[in-house]
Ligand binder design. Structure first.
Ligand code: ADP
Length: 540
């Protein structure tokens, strides 16, 4: 017998309808390139979304067409997030930090028809122009309406386009139609396109609103530092529109001081970004104290949140980090650990221990760990295997298809991450399969070495990767950025510190601790292990 409930379509337009009618005066604040703040609200955003749907249609955009954005987090990008799926098209968020040839590769692979580009990012697009399809139509997003055509030949100006377009209603779509497209940044290989559906987008937004997930709510003021071109800004824009949280968008200014002043000035309660960002904000706050009394939680994910980072925020500023794990393929929120999830106070060492792991799968997502033969491993917090997940916002394939190897025969997505799960369902990521260091047949976790090194005084950042070694197959090399260049930490003392946490065979040699000015980062701000290994090979 079938249930007798409405088959209510889960489509992005439903989020817009809700924001327009229920939270029309809730604020959306974005930072302009000149540093000034632009203030609008959901009611005005929804009206502009209607116009944008009309504009897209007048430019010939039809159901299923891909429309690219090349932009920082701003109210205009938010409008595109809502209007492109509203027009029945697919929003392709292109990572602005990629090299020109990868941008061109992705745009061609996606088959984009139209590209919306921030004025400040025009130089990057001009560099990619020779390799981009000549028929690609550009629209420039500009705070000050300077001539778009002069920026990119033939380009339209976004504001002029909106002003000259009539509002149009959202196109009726099936909830299983594609709404978004995001390529993985290719940290471990070729970029792969993850094609989100309306249904997965809306369910993920509901997921992000759960208190045991990101906890986005109408009482929150949300600052997504994680870019809207990276893994849908962790679902925060959609979840904010759904719940009516105030949204604070940082634009192109992502330095520690700029973010700290935004947190204080706008009364941010919930902020989210990769660990390197929160390190920068921490440095800024140490130079200049700010009123952080409203800031209830920082969600750190995208890479392991080092213990030193969690402790510094907790003990120096009384702000508790929520540690999250996810991937572009999981929309991306997959698991998280909130302060107090242990029943202990957030400043208790037991609670900090728990928050060094990204924790339980968020409600809606299921996880398991498999050994090399595809057998399930026990959830004992010790056995480590490949983390596999499934759920309504997990990719079932890649755009253009990617082969069966990323899925188990019974349909679970293989993450490529190595993890343990304990008896309470808490996931701990040990490493990425490709980043593990194999020494005499045993694995060394590069992530564990990094985290231990970053807890040593005077170390700002540390990243480990493998170098070939005749005796050990592979040996760890540790790149270290000192907090103070004038007084770098001593490699010998650092290795002695590591020796307290690791077996002797797992340690880098003293000469393999390399003090550097900077560690190469990927387009998403993570340590670029691929580039590190290439640099090692070329330096011998
Ligand atoms: P890319 O593959 O381009 O790096 P993603 O942004 O999708 O793209 O990265 C997902 C990966 O980031 C995960 O597979 C995992 O390796 C890493 N990651 C994300 N969150 C965490 C975390 N909390 N701890 C450790 N690793 C993490």
């Amino acid at each position: 017998m079938r249930g007798l409930m409405m088959d209510f379509p889960l489509v992005v337009d439903a989020l817009v309808r809700r924001a327009r009618t229920v939270f029309p005066r809730r604020e959306v604040v974005s930072r302009r390139d000149d540093g000034a703040l632009h203030r609008t609200d959901y009611g005005a955003v929804a009206d502009r979304v209607d116009r944008l749907v009309g504009a897209l249609q007048s430019l010939g955009v039809r159901r299923g067409d891909r429309v690219a954005t090349f932009a920082w987090n701003s109210h205009r990008h938010l409008e595109l997030y809502l209007a492109v799926p509203g027009a029945g098209a697919v929003l392709h968020t292109v990572n602005v930090r990629l090299p020109a040839e990868q941008i061109a590769w992705i745009v061609r692979h996606a088959g984009d028809r139209l590209m919306f580009v921030d004025r400040s990012l025009v130089p990057a697009i001009r560099a990619a122009l020779p390799a981009l399809p000549s028929e690609l139509q550009f629209v420039v997003l500009d705070d000050d309406g300077r001539g778009a055509d002069a920026a990119v030949p033939g380009a339209l100006d976004y504001e002029a386009l909106l002003a000259s377009s009539s509002p149009a209603p959202a196109v009726a779509v099936d909830e299983r139609d594609a709404a978004g497209l995001c390529y993985t940044s290719g940290t471990t290989g070729e970029p792969k396109g993850v094609l989100y559906s309306h249904r997965s987008t809306v369910l993920h937004a509901f997921g992000c609103a759960m208190i045991d997930s990101l906890g986005v709510s109408q009482r929150a003021t949300v600052l997504p530092v994680v870019p809207m071109f990276h893994a849908v800004s962790w679902g925060l824009p959609h979840a904010s529109v759904l719940t009516g949280s105030k949204l604070v968008l940082p634009g192109s200014q992502l330095g520690g001081d700029a973010l700290a002043s935004l947190i204080e000035g706008e009364g941010v309660t919930l902020a989210a970004g990769v660990p390197t960002v929160w390190n920068l904000v921490l440095q800024s706050l140490r130079r200049q104290r700010r009123d952080l009394s409203k800031l209830r939680s920082i969600v750190v994910g995208g890479a392991a949140a080092p213990r030193a980072l969690i402790e510094s925020w907790q003990f120096e500023f009384g702000v508790s980090i929520t540690h999250a794990w996810g991937m572009t393929e999981t929309s991306p929120v997959g698991s998280c650990t909130h302060p107090g999830s242990t029943g202990l106070p957030a400043n208790d060492v037991g609670d900090i221990d728990a928050r060094c792991k990204p924790g339980r799968p968020v409600p809606g997502l299921e996880a398991r760990i498999l050994d090399d033969d595809g057998e399930d491993l026990p959830w004992d917090g010790v056995a480590a295997g490949e983390l596999c997940v499934r759920g309504p916002w997990v990719a079932a394939n890649y755009f253009g298809g990617a082969g069966a190897e990323v899925f188990t025969s019974d349909g679970w997505f293989r993450t490529g991450d190595v993890a343990t799960i304990d008896a309470e369902g808490r996931i701990a990521i040990t490493d990425r399969k490709k980043d593990l260091i194999k020494s005499r047949g045993e694995w060394i976790s590069s992530q564990a070495l990094e985290n231990a090194a970053m807890a040593f005084p005077g170390v700002l950042e540390a990243a480990a990767c493998a170098r070939p070694d005749e005796l050990r197959d592979e040996a760890p090399v540790l790149f270290v950025v000192p907090a103070d260049r004038a007084q770098p930490p001593s490699p010998r003392d650092l290795v002695a510190h590591l020796a307290r946490h690791f077996a002797k065979w797992q340690l880098p040699r003293v000469e393999d601790v390399r003090i550097v000015d900077a560690i190469p980062k990927t387009g998403t701000g993570k340590f670029d292990k691929k580039a590190m290994r290439v640099a090692l090979r070329s330096s011998g």
